[in-house]
Design a binder for this molecule. Sequence first.
Ligand code: GLR
Length: 424
Amino acid sequence: MAGTSERVVDVTVTPVAFRDPPLRNSVGVHEPYALRTVVEITTESGVSGIGETYGGTLHLERLRRTAAELVGMEVWSLNDLIARTTRALGGDTAGGDGMAGMVTGSSTADRVMAPFDVACLDIQGKLVGRPVCDLLGGAVRPSVPYSAYLFYKWAGHPGQEDDDWGAALDPAGLVDQARRMIDAYGFSAIKLKGGVFPPDEEIAAVRALRRAFPDHPLRLDPNAVWSTETSLRVARELDGVLQYLEDPTAGIDGMASVAGRSPTPLATNMCVVSFDDLAPAVARGAVDIVLSDHHFWGGLRRCGQLSAICETFGLGLSMHSNSHLGISLAAMTHLAAATPRLTYACDTHWPWKRPDEDVVDPAPLRFSGGGVTVPTAPGLGVELDREALARLHRQYLDCGLRDRDDTGYMRRFDPSFPTETPRW
Ligand SMILES: O=C([O-])C(=O)C[C@H](O)[C@@H](O)C(=O)[O-]
């Protein structure tokens, strides 16, 4: 079928909600439900492809407007996808669309385009009978390593169902959480979401993890709630303990003033979030590692371009994640498999999702030794489960969060929780 015309005849955009435990971050605590959006593109020959992105009303409205513009598009023309997305947005690019200040500097067009890019690649793979990683240059690794993503976590949070991971509010609780995650998934790297407790408590937690897991690379990510002085102090105290320190402080200037004196490498998914950020970040020496995320960088092919830029300027590359479903895990796995520069274990929220809540049958996404084996079936290698999609869409309609614009990323703002930055 390759070489023949393959036009888009239908695009659907379906918001869904899945249950999320009370994970804590610098903003507060996760809502009981994470909102995601599933897109499905169907072509004239009846081949369909899927993509996934975050939720929130403004983002959803932009996705729907863009979906209408994609009918008639040649599915092989991802350059046309960029043009049509830009046309559909018609200059409507302002606002953080619910990303709660975390990636508001990223490009609206890139964020809107990303799930459609994934769906088109899924179709292209099916048309030529090759997995998506082959369309991205070919897999350089048979399995993509992910890290154990630890969270301070409440148990029995009002209005939130407990999962069986239990509470983790101190170093012993986090070590226990890490042990269970490593036993279950085999992860060989550990990331702690910090910015919740005063830095010395989080340093103690990292040290406890180091004692318990002497060979696991460790990362700490306080989501930019520390001052530059605190960031530097922590970077020095954890010199040789952390593989990298992620977004200790806000902005390219803040990160640059830490990076110049820090013995610990700095990573970011907050101050380098679009192609426009790369030149100033490189010029200021603000970061050592860029944490890519295809949901924010315009999809899988644009992340390949990001990789080339990182290579040019000697920056490391890894991958950020927030609450997601199996479509995104498949897309992340194909992308990481086909990105030689991506040598760190990637982030994933996967263990926090209930196994019975997904829009695809996750069987092809097998974790073994901390990594996901790259699917070899044509396209993404996962198929939409329409009954599950309908169920999670109903959950979206009923969950009480559907009118919110701030539910795609950092959720509930605990009123008792300080929100000023820097907090320490
Ligand atoms: O900076 C990060 O790694 C994130 O923001 C990832 C997640 O979204 C995490 O912070 C969360 O879900 O609370």
